[in-house]
Write a protein that binds this ligand. Structure first.
Ligand code: HEC
Length: 134
């Protein structure tokens, strides 16, 4: 079960198709200390390299991909750190049913040595998103 989630969604644009085709492949290893690198590797397909939601896979999602640079602005000027950490980890899935976004807590387990490294990755991804707030 865990193994099945140790996959990452990437995209293959079909030459003539309007909608991108989503393919799941094994996640590439990244440096757990490098938030920007992890974001580019794991998140930019949907959220865009700039985090604004315009990634090439975004049109294939059922729900709109949120602009991650506006989280503070939309939360009264305060970065919603716990919510962001939890939604990357995948806690929202348990409470709100299925989501388009992969459960990264599980995916990141596939590229990490131990739980401490998984937490480090989640923290550094959260900090990276915090750093791109407008
Ligand atoms: C396959 C597309 C896809 C990928 C890849 C993806 N996301 Fe998302 N993300 C979404 C969608 C769609 C939503 C909207 C919420 C939903 O699905 O219910 C979302 C929501 C979020 C939210 C919640 C924002 C809020 O309002 O609280 C955060 C934070 C987030 N993503 C971070 C990330 C991070 C970090 C990564 C990479 C580790 C990532 N996402 C990778 C599609 C994706």
């Amino acid at each position: 079960m865990m193994r099945a989630f140790a996959l990452m969604i990437v995209l293959a644009l079909l030459a003539l198709a309007q909608k991108p085709e989503i393919k799941q492949v094994a996640p590439k290893p990244t440096n757990p200390a490098a938030g920007a690198e992890m974001f580019r590797e794991y998140c930019a397909a949907c959220h865009g390299v700039d985090g604004k939601g315009g990634g090439p896979a975004a049109p294939a999602m059922k729900k709109p991909v949120p602009d991650l640079t506006l989280l503070s602005k939309n939360n009264g000027g305060k970065f919603p750190e716990t919510r962001v950490y939890n939604s990357i980890q995948g806690d929202m899935v348990a409470s709100h049913g299925s989501k388009d976004m992969p459960i990264w807590g599980n995916v990141l387990r596939g590229v990490s040595r131990d739980e401490a490294t998984v937490k480090m990755r989640l923290t550094n991804l959260t900090n990276y998103i915090k750093s791109i707030q407008r």
